[in-house]
Design a protein around this ligand. Structure first.
Ligand SMILES: [Zn+2]
Length: 452
């Protein structure tokens, strides 16, 4: 990772942000596109955001303004609402669907996180990839080992990131060495909450992996823990594949539906983040809506495992909107790039015969995901008082994008080109709490290959 070498107090360039939910209130009322903006930062927060002509005279004398030029786009940092850092080493593993994939690839990899040194190395790789892709906040699954949580939080703290994470709870249907018990999982999570939750910008997420790997006793213990620490997040998986839904029905025949398995154990409400939710039925959507729980939409993962195409339009329906965030779901997800993830989200909508606009997609990756995590008063948009986490895109990052941009007729088309063709090369800078944490230009070029 490039070492931070400068501390600009302000950045200048075209900017995009949202003041509300465009799925609910329309783009006109919620989207702010400023062709020449200044975002000024001090002590980790945004102090000013607006047209450069208005903001420039307000800046304290001597403020260093970094001008990224008119081919840039400044946005709130991207947010990943569902990701497994321990699966970074097994991304791109071939040929299985969800339940097989867990047994064949995931569990063997997660066993290695008993070793704290290994965990720390992967945590560093994971966070470096986040910053290279403009991701400044993520909601992360660790493994069953408490030291895997310590390793990630220690690295995130050193970078000053706002990040949520938790120890996975599993007391059945996984290798013995990856199992805890209802009691030990509760105790270890409790200790991790006391150590990390609310320390700096870090947050704890109570993390039963899913109903297939937790007994009713463990789900109840997780529910009790969340009641005692209701300002923690709670994350789990739901209705990702049809085989999984059928299996959960066999495991919990007495429950009305999949969501009711969690709800019954006190695991549904504000700050709950349910990964996937492709196969939820209407009563489950209704319950998510009224409880304030969120779905993490993970389209690259859903396509990779052949799980299905999440119907975003249905989830955010105006009569009973469900909070929806975006997730990479590494390592079933195939890219750390949020742009690539938005490309897949567009395709998931296409398969549902809906058309996701580029601006709605960018909302999903920023403020929408912040709202899913109940962090929209802190991150996810550009406004005075918000935490100063930013991504600066280069809208001309490859020769093909450059050529295609020449023919773009408006801003909506420019945005769509980025999410369809862009990747990590489009991220030219990432700021964390007002500090330059990644700059593309500072990454050393690879040494020239020897001549033949
Ligand atoms: Zn997942």
């Amino acid at each position: 990772m490039a070492a931070p070498t400068s501390r600009p107090a302000a950045v200048r360039g075209p900017a995009l942000s949202f003041t509300g939910d465009p799925f609910h209130d329309g783009l006109e009322a919620t989207m702010v596109h400023e062709p020449d903006a200044i975002v000024a930062m001090a002590e980790g927060r945004i102090t000013h955001f607006g047209p450069a002509s208005r903001i420039a005279p307000l800046l304290p004398a001597g403020t260093e303004v970094r001008d990224y030029g008119r081919d840039a786009l400044i946005s709130a940092g991207f947010i990943d609402t569902h990701v497994h850092y321990p699966q970074t080493p097994m991304i791109a593993s071939h040929g299985a669907q969800l339940l097989d994939w867990l047994n064949k690839y995931t569990f063997p990899t997660e066993l290695k996180f008993a070793d704290k040194v290994f965990a720390r190395d992967v945590a560093r790789l994971f966070l470096r990839e986040n910053l290279r892709n403009g991701i400044t906040t993520s909601c992360v699954y660790c493994t069953v080992h408490p030291q895997s949580v310590d390793a990630l939080f220690e690295e995130a703290e050193a970078l000053g990131l706002r990040l949520a994470a938790g120890k996975v709870l599993m007391d059945r249907n996984a290798p013995d060495a990856l199992l805890d018990t209802a009691q030990s999982g509760y105790d270890e999570s409790q200790a991790l909450i006391q150590k990390w939750h609310g320390r700096g910008r870090l947050l704890y997420a109570i993390t039963p992996r899913f109903a297939g790997t937790s007994t009713s006793g463990q789900l109840a213990a997780a529910g009790a823990l969340w009641r005692e620490h209701s300002d923690c997040l709670m994350q789990t998986h739901i209705a990702e594949s049809r085989d999984e839904v059928a299996w959960i029905k066999e495991l919990f025949p007495e429950r009305r539906n999949y969501l009711d398995v969690y709800d019954h154990h006190g695991l549904c409400g504000a700050r709950a983040v349910f990964g996937h939710g492709i196969w939820l039925d209407e009563p489950e959507m209704q319950r998510l809506h009224e409880s304030g729980a969120a779905i993490a939409h993970c389209p690259t993962s859903n396509f990779f495992l052949g799980s299905g195409a999440f119907d975003l339009t249905r989830a955010v329906r105006k009569e009973r909107p469900v909070r929806v965030g975006l997730g990479t779901d590494i390592g079933a997800g195939t890219s750390f790039s949020i742009l690539a993830t938005l490309d897949a989200a567009y395709k998931a909508s296409q398969l549902n015969r809906q058309s996701l606009s580029a601006a709605h997609a960018y909302y999903l990756a920023t403020r929408g995901s912040a709202r899913a995590l109940y962090l929209d008063d802190k991150v996810g948009s550009l406004a005075a008082g918000m935490e100063a986490d930013l991504v600066v895109l280069d809208m001309r990052s490859t020769p093909l994008i450059d050529a295609r941009m020449a023919g773009a007729k408006d801003f909506a088309e420019q945005l769509f080109i980025q999410m369809t063709l862009g990747d990590d090369r489009a991220v030219q800078a990432t700021y964390v709490a007002g500090r330059l944490a990644y700059a593309r230009e500072l990454v050393a070029a690879p040494p020239p290959s020897p001549s033949p």
